[in-house]
Structures are given as structure tokens and as C-alpha cells.
Design a protein around this ligand. Structure first.
Ligand code: GLC
Length: 739
């Protein structure tokens, strides 16, 4: 029963920690009671009630895409958001009210009186934490803030792979690796659903670029797809049982995601036996026939009116049903899937609204920022002394105002409002949502707190020359580099906009004692990196980002973030130096061939012997760790155990990573496991990681099976994909498995 859960004690926290690591769903779609109720109630519904359940209606935002308030949303519904579906109260079916998204409860104008929500760090920052329990805690907190507003579906669980460092939505996804993304996305879903709120996983699938996404055809080898983006969804679904899967805008191998019979009916619902419902993205349903190809609900029907000139799941679907082209059983299945998920998660039987402890949520947001910040470079400049009267220049990045958040449907308006919103604009329906959002408090204010003896001198970084003069007269320079990234756009390259690279180069030339802090949603090219002493990647760190940045620069917090995405030295190292379709007019059809297949990110760099600037898994701290005594066990899969030791002088966290480096006759790199360990100075811990066998295998689409090859498999334990410390090998017998 999803009622208000008391604050867990230490023993429960331990249990949750273990559950998070093991990936234990907090709700199960196999719940027979939910299934039986869904069957029973569906049979008692009228056809009109069935049809009303298979669409959702976008809430009204003044001047927004949806236009005026839709009359199908009753006048007494005040807490509007992304989606509204009328319920059937006499049958115990609640109205379905869905909200975005993975970083908190969004409100781009739906609810003028909403005082704001906790703005959690971006998913790529949480991805950098490599901490499943932290992500689960964040999911729980988001769900509590959803429930207090009456939202029973949270459109979270973004888990597309960061295949392309130019994808402006990578901040809404966890990483470039299937295992890391699946484990963390599952925990966000588990946290959300533990509170009786249905979560999605999205965007199914291969929604890895944003350029002309409604007309983008993503091409990939089907077996490689099963070993990468689909494997991410497959594992995350097993570990979290999300009530719904959201299909993306793009096509995959010529068929729209929302109407992709192979992926929806044959893979998701067939091979994997998924029992929840498939909702489309908002404006991703061009035709009613998608109902025959696996789509169960058309979302945001106004989006389809704008893009496709109709609402396929209203008049067209009814006509198809009347003519027998839509079988009664299919409509019943669409409805039952929705009901089963609502009942299995407990969204139909909430107890009293949960206590929402916003101070606790702020703590989770702060901890997420602290653990998500990655120290990329440090020649000893950090941490800065806090007890000296230093003259510190703080340059650029609107550091006097706030920290940057990502733009688009996932952007959260924090409690108390933004510190600033600067309109950027751009093509297409998302242009009006492309803004520079700044969260208070400002890094400058937080640095003042951490460095009470220092004299801080802010310079806007408006021109290189002016900034260089400020730098020259300072003891230390903290230069900020920011970039606005958001849904609906891809970056043209990896440079910082507005001439920031020239500013950073100028200040570092004027004063080599320069530290750079980045607030971006993706890797950047950093042409100035050899001129600066330290580089901190803060991502979009959420409402507590400024505090976390200042704490790390002062050494109050020991950084422990690890990169969830490779930082290329150049786009020429990546599979697609030129991004097809970039800059073409809105509405132009684009085809992107993901020829790297399953070799995404670090896997591609390993295959091609390319050296990135900073590797997947890389991250420094203020202590040191070493690993030894690797033991391997073979059999049906691979288990590795080894000892991690903190050899430094202060407490810290490390994230040892286990990689496959070679399979028989196949030099391929795969992350097999990871664990974040916190150790006191001198403390050591034995870590044991067991690989999901699919990570050791290749997928054979002809047989529908996974195959592990007979022979020697080489592995390594590393601090990153290129910093491998322990190596070993073991023989695995040939094995074929899978559905
Ligand atoms: C958006 C996004 C999706 C979001 C939905 C509702 O366009 O692609 O992630 O949940 O529409 O706002």
C-alpha cells in the first residue's frame, strides 16, 4: 500500500542501500492482484471510458504550445502539468496527471501559484556520482513533491545513451554506458515508484540527437542496438519495473519509435514481456495505426495537432474501432496495461499526502551536487587555502548571479524562483524554451563563505582584455565556463559560447594560477587546458550547485565524481565528426547512421586506440587509492574481487571500475561493474563485482539469443577506461542464453 513512509532508521537505510545496489524493484508489474483488478475493471468500462484513457492532454501554459485551456480538462483541475487523462471515479480509476521530469517537478507556467520545487542536479551529474542509492533517494524526493501536487505519473527515467557529445539533452541522461545508465535509471524509477507514483523510462529508443528529431531516422545494426541502447532499457526495466515506457520522437531504422512494431511488440512486449504501457512523447503520434504497432497512449494530443494536424487517438481511433480495423481486444489491452501499472504502483490508492521535508530534499540535492562534481585536473592548486588573505578573481559564467541549469521540458523552477532567465531562442517548438536559467545562490556568494579571509573580485568575463587585467592583479583566478544546453538542439561543436574560451585563455596567460569551473551539460574542448592549474566539471549541479562548487574549491568536500561520458580531444576522434542535418531548417528529414553500433564512447576510443582528453570513469580527489589482490571466478559469468585502499591522509570516496578488455577473438571494452566506496585514511575494503552475462556476450538476432564465446576473457580494474590498474584473465565456457 503506498502510504506515507516514515523516515527510515539506520537498519532500513542499510537495506535500501543493498536494494539499490542489487536493483530490486519497489513495485512489480507482475503483481497478480493489480493484474486481476485491471482485467475486471476494464471489462466494466464503456468504450467512451476506454477511449478517454488512451490519450493525455497537455496542461495550459499562457502562450504555450498547447494554446488555450483544453475543455477536456475539467474547470476544477487547477494543478495542471504535462498530461491530464480523465479518470473513471465510479470504477476507482483516478485521473492520470503526469509531470516532468528527472530533475524535479517542472512548472513552465502551468501553475502560477506554485512556489517552486527542489531543483536536483542534472542526470549527467548524478551519473558522475556512480551512486545508485543517491539516485534512489532523489527519485523518492521527486515523487513526494509530485504527490503533494497530485501528480501520479512522473515522466522521469531518462536513459538514452550519450552517444554524441553534441546532443543538447545529454544532461537529462546518465551516461554513455549501458550498465551505468541502466543501474542508475532503475534506481530513479524505484525511488519514484516507492512513493506510489508511476515513473517512465525514456525515450525508447535511440533518441541520441535532437536535430529535427521529429523527422530524424536513427539507423543502427539491430544486434548492436540490442547490445547498447536496448540493453540499457532491458536491464533498467528488469531492475525497476517502470509503469510506463515513453517512446521517443525519432524513427529507428525507418519506423517511428511510437509505431515501431518490431521494437514495441516484438522486443519490448514480446521478448522482454513488458506488462506496463507505452506512452508516446508529446507530439510523437502521427497516426492511429500506431495503436496496432504497440503504442498504448497518445500523449499531449495538442502536440500532434501542431505537428501532424490531428489527434490520431481520438476521432481516427474511434472510427478504426467502429470499422473493426482496431480490434476490441487491442483496445482492451491498451486500457489494461494503463490500469495494471496504476494499480501495481499504488497510484490509485494513496493514503494521506506524504510529509514533504523540503530541507531534507535540499540536502539530497546538495549531496548530489557534491558527489556529481568531477575534478578533471589538479596540479596541486586545489584545494585553495581558506585561512589566507588571498586576492581571488572570480571571472565570468554569471558567477555573481547563480549556477546554470539545463533548458527544455525538464527545467525546474526552484523554490523562490530563478536568479535570472536570459532568453536564448532558436528554431522549432523548443526555441521559446531555450533559456539561460540561473539558480541562486551565486558561486560568488558561496565562495565568500568558504574564503572569509580572502578579497574576492568579480569580473563578468565580458572581454578577454578586461578579464586579463583583473586576473593579473590577483593571487588566484577562478574562471567559470558555461554553456546553455537544452531539449530540441544539438551543439555545433565542443567550444564554449560567447568567446569564453578566449577569455579563459587570456586570464590564464595573465595569471597562470588559474582554476576553471565548468557548468555545461556535455564535454567541452578546453583549448586552454594546458595553461590552467585545475579544472572542475560541475555540470548543471542543481539548486545547491554553488555551495558544492565552493566547498570543493576550499577542500571542505573531497571531490569524488567520475566522468560518465568521454571528453574527446576532437570531434575527429568520434564516430561522426560532422553531425548530419545540423543547421538544416526545422522540418528537414535527417538520417543519422550510428555505425559505431554498441561501441559507444570509451568503447569506440578503445577500439580505435584513440586517446581522449579525459576518459570515461576519470575523476580526481584530495586523497589517493590503490587496488590489489584481484581474484577472478568464471562459470556462467565473471566475478571479480579486489581490495581498495585509501592511501591518502583524508577520508574520501573512490569508484573502482571493472572492465572487460578482450573476449576470445574480439578486442572489445565493456564496463562490467563499479562500486562507490568511502574509506577513511588507511582503510581498505574488499569489493566483489559480478557481471551481468549480457555484458560479456554478443547478441544474435537470428536466434534471439546471447552468446558468450568459449575461451579466455581478459578484464581490468581501473580508475577510468584508460587508467587500468589490475589485470586478469579467466576462461569462460561457451554459453547461449536469453529469451
Ligand atoms: C518533451 C520531452 C519529454 C517530456 C515531454 C512532456 O518534448 O521530449 O521528455 O517528458 O515532452 O513534457
Amino acid at each position: 500500500m503506498a502510504t506515507d513512509t516514515p523516515t527510515p532508521g539506520p537498519e532500513q537505510r542499510e537495506a535500501t542501500e543493498q536494494a539499490a545496489a542489487a536493483g530490486t524493484p519497489t513495485r512489480s508489474l507482475a503483481d497478480e492482484n493489480a493484474n486481476a483488478r485491471a482485467q475486471d475493471i476494464e471489462q466494466r468500462m464503456t468504450d467512451d471510458e476506454r477511449f478517454s484513457l488512451v490519450i493525455s492532454i497537455l496542461g495550459h501554459v499562457p502562450g504555450g504550445l498547447a494554446g488555450p485551456r483544453d475543455p477536456r480538462i475539467p474547470e476544477d483541475v487547477e494543478n495542471m502539468s504535462a498530461g491530464y487523462t480523465p479518470g473513471v471515479p465510479c470504477l476507482g480509476i483516478p485521473a492520470i496527471q503526469s509531470s516532468d521530469a528527472s530533475m524535479g517537478i517542472t512548472n513552465p507556467g502551468y501553475r502560477p501559484d506554485d512556489e517552486g520545487a527542489t531543483a536536483f542536479p542534472s542526470l549527467i551529474a548524478l551519473g558522475s556520482s556512480f551512486n545508485p542509492k543517491l539516485v534512489r533517494d532523489e527519485g523518492e524526493a521527486i515523487a513526494r513533491e509530485a504527490r503533494m501536487r497530485g501528480f501520479n505519473v512522473q515522466l522521469a527515467g531518462g536513459c538514452n545513451l550519450a552517444r554524441d557529445p553534441r546532443n543538447d539533452r545529454n544532461f537529462e541522461y546518465f551516461s554513455e554506458d549501458p550498465w551505468l545508465s541502466a543501474v542508475l535509471a532503475a534506481e530513479q524509477v524505484n525511488g519514484i515508484q516507492s512513493q506510489g507514483v508511476v515513473s517512465t523510462l525514456k525515450h525508447f529508443t535511440l533518441n541520441c540527437n535532437e536535430t529535427n528529431r521529429h523527422w530524424l531516422d536513427a539507423m543502427i545494426d539491430p544486434d548492436a542496438h540490442r547490445e547498447s541502447d536496448l540493453l540499457t532499457f532491458e536491464i533498467a526495466i528488469e531492475r525497476s519495473q517502470p509503469g510506463s515506457i515513453m517512446s521517443g520522437y525519432n524513427k529507428i531504422n525507418g519506423e517511428y519509435a511510437s509505431g515501431n512494431h518490431h521494437l514495441l511488440n516484438e522486443v519490448l512486449k514480446g521478448a522482454w514481456g513488458y506488462k506496463g504501457w507505452v506512452m508516446s512523447d508529446w507530439g510523437a503520434t502521427p497516426e492511429w495505426e500506431f495503436a496496432l504497432k504497440g503504442l498504448d497512449q497518445e500523449s499531449g494530443v495538442q502536440g500532434d495537432r501542431v505537428l501532424w494536424g490531428k489527434e490520431p487517438f481520438t476521432d481516427d481511433l474511434k472510427a478504426a474501432y467502429a470499422s473493426g480495423r482496431l480490434p476490441k481486444e487491442r483496445l482492451a489491452d491498451m486500457v489494461r496495461r494503463i490500469l495494471r501499472s496504476l494499480f501495481a504502483v499504488g497510484a490509485d490508492r494513496w493514503g494521506p499526502p506524504p510529509a514533504v521535508d523540503m530541507a531534507k530534499h535540499a540536502e539530497i540535492a546538495l549531496e548530489g551536487a557534491r558527489q556529481g562534481i568531477v575534478l578533471l585536473k589538479n596540479d596541486g592548486a586545489l584545494p585553495l587555502p581558506t585561512d589566507q588573505p588571498l586576492k581571488i578573481a572570480v571571472i565570468g559564467g554569471y558567477a555573481q548571479q547563480g549556477v546554470v541549469s539545463g533548458a527544455g521540458s525538464g527545467a525546474v523552477a526552484p523554490v523562490g524562483g530563478f536568479a535570472g532567465v536570459i532568453k536564448i531562442g532558436g528554431a522549432g517548438v523548443m526555441g521559446k524554451h531555450r533559456n539561460l536559467f540561473l539558480f541562486p545562490p551565486s558561486p560568488l556568494d558561496e565562495l565568500e563563505k568558504q574564503f572569509p579571509q580572502a578579497q574576492l573580485d568579480f569580473d563578468p568575463g565580458y572581454t578577454p582584455a578586461e578579464a586579463a587585467l583583473t586576473a593579473k592583479r590577483s593571487d588566484v583566478v577562478i574562471a567559470f565556463g558555461i554553456r546553455v544546453e537544452g531539449e530540441g538542439f544539438d551543439l555545433p561543436d565542443l567550444s564554449l559560447p560567447w568567446g569564453q574560451d578566449a577569455v579563459i585563455d587570456a586570464v590564464a596567460s595573465a595569471n597562470p594560477n588559474t582554476i576553471v569551473v565548468l557548468e555545461t551539460g556535455n564535454p567541452v574542448s578546453m583549448p586552454w587546458r594546458d595553461k590552467v592549474r585545475a579544472i572542475v566539471q560541475a555540470w548543471y549541479p542543481g539548486q545547491s550547485g554553488a555551495q558544492a562548487i565552493a566547498e570543493i574549491l576550499a577542500g571542505t568536500v573531497n571531490p569524488s565524481g567520475r566522468l560518465p561520458i568521454t571528453f574527446p580531444a576532437s570531434l575527429h576522434q568520434t564516430p561522426r565528426p560532422e553531425l548530419p542535418g545540423l543547421g538544416t531548417p526545422w522540418g528537414t528529414a535527417v538520417t543519422i547512421e550510428y555505425n559505431e553500433g554498441a561501441d559507444v564512447g570509451y568503447r569506440w576510443f578503445a577500439l580505435r586506440n584513440e586517446r581522449p582528453i579525459y576518459a570515461f570513469g576519470h575523476g580526481l580527489g584530495y586523497t589517493a587509492f590503490d587496488y590489489d589482490d584481484l581474484r577472478l571466478d568464471g562459470g556462467e559469468t565473471m566475478t571479480a574481487s579486489f581490495t581498495v585502499r585509501n592511501t591518502g591522509r583524508r577520508k574520501g570516496a573512490d569508484v573502482p571500475q571493472l572492465y572487460l578488455t578482450e573476449a576470445p577473438g574480439d578486442r572489445r571494452m565493456r564496463l562490467l561493474g563499479f562500486e562507490r566506496v568511502e574509506l577513511e585514511p588507511g582503510e581498505s575494503r574488499r569489493v566483489t563485482l559480478t557481471a551481468d552475462p549480457r555484458l560479456l556476450a554478443r547478441f544474435d538476432g537470428r536466434s534471439g539469443k546471447w552468446r558468450i564465446a568459449d575461451g579466455t576473457h581478459r578484464v581490468a580494474v581501473g580508475k577510468s577506461a584508460t587508467d587500468l590498474i589490475l589485470t586478469g584473465a579467466t576462461r569462460l565456457p561457451a554459453r547461449q542464453f536469453g529469451v
